[in-house]
Design a protein around this ligand. Structure first.
Ligand code: SF4
Length: 352
C-alpha cells in the first residue's frame, strides 16, 4: 500500500527557481502532489511548470475567480477554504469530468482561530461545505485540518470520519531536526492511520525552515519512514530483528548493522541503474538470534537468518530453510541470495 505524499510550498516565501527546485526534490523523494498557493492569474502558469515535473498540482485558492484558470492549466485538485462551496459548484461539471479533487483546508490565517470556539465553528463550516459538495456528486473530496493539540486533532478527525465519512489528508510538519520530528510525527500519523483516518499526508516545512534540498528531502524521508513502518508506504528494504536474549550465541547487533549497511549500498547500486526497490514492493530481511523463535520471522520475510549452534546460522529463503552456513559466511550468503530475490522481482515485474 502507498499513501500519497503531498508537499505544501508557501511560494510567497520563495523565488520561482527555489520553488521548482523544492518541487523537483520532493518528487525525487516520493512526493506525488505539490500544493501551490495560487493568488493571481499569473500564478496559474506555474501549475503547468510544476506539472511538467511529473507531479500533480493542487492549487490552494483563496479567490474563487482563480478556480477556472487553475483547472484550465491542468491542476489535479483545488484546495479551498470551507464556505465557498457555492463558487466551487459553478465548476461542478468540469471538476467531475476532469476528476480533479477538492480539498477543504484550513489556511495559515486560520491558525488564529485555533484557540477556543473558533476552531469548532470552522469544523462546523467544513461539515456543511462537505455535505453540500457531496450532495452535488463531487466525490473526489477531502478535508485537511490541523491543530497543535494532537489529542484534539485526533478526536475531531475521528469524529468527522465516523459521523460523516469524511476523507482526510492528514498533516505532518517536521521540526527543525529529524530526531525531534520522529516521535511527534509517529504519534500523529500512527494514531490517525491506526484508525484508518487519512488518505494522504500533507507535509509542510516549519516556518523557520528554508526550502533547501536537505530540508525538503528530510521531510519526505521522515514521512516515508513513519508510513513505511506501518506498511503504508513501500520501503526499499525492511529489517526485522530480535532484541536478543540468552539463547542468542552471535553478536546480532553487529551482524544487523553490517547487513543494514550492505543493503543500503545495494539499494544505491540499483538506484544508479535506474531501478527502485520500492517499485517491486521492497524486500523484507529477518536477522534473528536463534533457531528456537527466529524461524517464524525468518520464514515470513523474503529472506532471513537465524543463529544456530556451533557458530552456525540457518539461511531462510522465500519462506523455506535454504542451508546452514558457518556464522562468518552468513552475511555474505544472505546478500548473494537477497540480490537473487530482488533480480527475480524485477524480472517478474518486467514480464509482459
Ligand atoms: S529470536 Fe531467539 S535470540 Fe532472539 S529474542 Fe527470540 S528467543 Fe531470543
Amino acid at each position: 500500500m502507498r499513501i500519497p505524499l503531498h508537499f505544501y510550498i508557501a511560494h510567497n516565501a520563495v523565488e520561482k527557481g527555489v520553488l521548482l527546485d523544492a518541487a523537483r526534490t520532493a518528487g525525487e523523494h516520493g512526493v506525488s502532489h505539490i500544493w501551490l498557493e495560487v493568488r493571481s492569474q499569473k500564478d496559474t502558469a506555474l501549475i503547468r511548470e510544476v506539472s511538467s515535473l511529473n507531479l500533480h498540482v493542487v492549487s490552494a485558492i483563496k479567490d474563487p475567480a482563480l478556480i477556472e484558470g487553475s483547472l484550465r492549466n491542468g491542476t489535479s485538485g483545488i484546495a479551498v477554504h470551507p464556505g465557498i462551496q457555492k463558487e466551487v459548484l459553478r465548476y461542478r461539471d468540469t471538476l467531475i469530468r476532469s476528476g480533479s479533487a477538492v480539498y477543504l483546508y484550513m489556511r495559515e490565517e486560520d491558525r488564529s482561530v485555533l484557540e477556543g470556539e473558533g476552531f469548532f465553528s470552522l469544523v462546523n463550516e467544513i461539515v456543511v461545505s462537505y455535505g453540500e459538495l457531496k450532495r452535488e456528486k463531487i466525490e473526489n473530496l477531502f478535508v485537511h485540518i490541523h491543530h497543535p493539540d494532537p489529542v484534539l486533532h485526533f478526536n475531531i478527525s475521528r469524529y468527522l470520519k465516523m459521523r460523516y465519512g469524511i476523507r482526510h489528508v492528514v498533516s505532518l510538519t517536521p521540526c527543525r531536526s529529524m530526531e525531534d520530528s520522529l516521535i511527534p510525527g509517529s504519534l500523529t500519523l500512527g494514531s490517525l492511520f491506526y484508525e484508518r483516518i487519512g488518505e494522504g499526508v500533507l507535509l509542510r516545512l516549519s516556518s523557520d525552515q528554508e526550502y533547501s534540498r536537505k530540508n525538503v528531502s528530510e521531510a519526505a524521508l521522515l514521512a516515508r519512514n513513519i508510513l513505511g513502518s506501518c506498511r503504508l508506504y513501500p520501503r526499499a528494504y525492511t529489517i526485522i530483528s530480535c532484541p536478543t536474549c540468552g539463547r542468542c550465541r552471535m553478536d546480532l547487533q553487529k551482524m544487523t548493522e553490517e547487513i543494514d549497511h550492505r543493503l543500503k549500498a545495494l539499494e544505491k547500486k540499483y538506484n544508479q541503474d535506474g531501478k527502485n526497490l520500492e517499485d517491486v514492493g521492497g524486500i523484507a530481511v529477518a536477522v534473528m538470534g536463534c533457531n528456537v523463535n527466529g524461524p517464524g520471522e525468518a520464514r515470513s520475510a523474503d529472506i532471513g537468518i537465524a543463529g544456530s549452534k556451533n557458530n552456525t546460522g540457518i539461511l531462510f529463503k522465500n519462506g523455506r530453510v535454504f542451508k546452514t552456513f558457518p556464522e562468518n559466511r552468513l552475511a555474505d550468503e544472505l546478500m548473494i541470495h537477497t540480490k537473487d530475490i530482488i533480480d527475480k522481482k524485477f524480472n517478474t515485474a518486467n514480464m509482459p
